[in-house]
Write a protein that binds this ligand. Structure first.
Ligand SMILES: Cc1cc2nc3c(=O)[nH]c(=O)nc-3n(C[C@H](O)[C@H](O)[C@H](O)COP(=O)(O)O)c2cc1C
Length: 341
């Protein structure tokens, strides 16, 4: 897309606590995806204001080895980084937050939107959001234990009645949360439904906090539409980051005027860089699953990408997967979908 779009409704940076996020573009936390290998590929394109880990169990965080844990390994380029906590009880918070200090976290995020059965059973994610008493206790404990910027990632609640949602976000604001990431879908809505970006705008009217819009941003046009409909202070991108790791650099340059948009987009090279990131930094038994997960999204860049995804899915080793991918790239050279937006 050549045309430089009009200025974004928000500014070119946002202040979250004492952290200036510039540009106001956030990598969404995604289990199995937002680890060091993907973050590093994205960082090489630029355009991200704040990176994120995937959700981290507050209980395990305190005991994970940062040099070996696939959840904590990172390179210096993946910075600044927000760490997302999955917690169900205030007791889990002190050791986890203490650890975040040691890890050099730039911010801490509380997961209040994950509805996966395992997460719900542990009393965290959406289950925590739905239990006002525990929600207050956990959020207050995080606020008490750290001066790091503290954010909460939410969905829109169970249904179209906004009163309960309003009450909950005001509770979070009262407890000292510094910003909200809003995945603009109701609790049980599948990702196939259109995101409700206008609801992010409602939340912005209720609170005096930065509100970052998330959900369904796959292109520069989506980003612009989302900003127009939500008036959000920034954008958070999830799945598109795995399909198009360069998407932040494009949004940053076209909407926020940064100069991050100059690198060539070469899909086989990006895939290889991701592969090398896994192969060089992750424990052997933590590589192939992550390659398969990433390939599922990255394959969307090709009309026949399901063949790439299936070939890698069948592989029983990293080398076998890479061999299948190289073959696919050779056969499908020149068929890539439009890349520049
Ligand atoms: C594979 C996958 C894993 C996810 N894991 C997390 C997670 O760990 N924490 C979280 O808050 N949200 C998680 N999400 C939700 C995303 O952060 C995001 O809210 C959602 O994908 C909508 O944004 P998108 O349309 O840009 O992908 C996950 C989503 C996907 C697809």
């Amino acid at each position: 897309m050549e045309k430089i779009l009009e200025k974004s409704p928000g500014g070119s940076w946002v202040l979250i606590g004492n952290l200036k996020v510039e540009p106001p573009l956030f990598l969404a936390p995604m289990a199995g995806l937002t680890h060091s290998a993907l973050r590093r590929v994205i960082a090489d394109f630029g355009g991200v204001g704040l990176f994120s880990t995937e959700m981290l169990s507050a209980r395990s965080l305190a005991v994970e080895n940062p040099k070996l844990s696939p959840y904590l390994i990172k390179t210096p380029e993946e910075s600044p980084m927000s760490y997302q906590l999955l917690a169900g009880s205030p007791r889990e918070i002190p050791p986890a937050v203490e650890r975040l200090g040691e890890l050099g976290a730039a911010a801490v995020d509380l997961n209040l939107g994950c509805g996966a059965p395992r997460v719900k059973r542990s009393g965290s994610g959406i289950a925590l959001w739905n239990d006002e008493c525990r929600l207050k206790a956990v959020a207050a404990e995080i606020r008490k234990r750290t001066s790091l910027p503290f954010t909460a990632k939410i969905r829109l609640g169970p249904g179209p009645d906004p009163d309960e949602l309003r009450r909950r976000v005001l509770i979070l604001e009262d407890l000292g949360v510094d910003a909200l990431y809003v995945h603009a879908r109701f609790d049980r809505e599948p990702f196939s439904r259109n995101p409700k970006w206008q609801w992010v705008g409602k939340i912005k009217e209720w609170v005096n906090l930065p509100v970052i819009a998330n959900g369904g941003i796959f292109s520069l046009q989506d980003a612009q539409k989302c900003l127009e409909q939500s008036g959000a202070d920034g954008l958070m991108v999830g799945r598109a980051a795995a399909m198009k790791p360069w998407i932040f650099s494009i949004i940053a340059s076209k909407l926020y005027g940064t100069d991050s948009c100059c690198r060539q987009i070469n899909l086989p090279e990006i895939y290889r860089a991701f592969f090398e990131g896994l192969a060089s930094r992750f424990p052997v038994d933590r590589q192939l699953g992550r390659l398969k997960e990433f390939t599922h999204y990255f394959a969307g860049n090709y009309p026949f990408g399901n063949r790439l995804a299936m070939a890698v899915q069948r592989a029983s080793s990293m080398d076998e997967a890479m061999e299948a991918a190289v073959k696919f790239f050779e056969l499908n050279a020149g068929t890539e979908r439009e890349k520049a937006n």
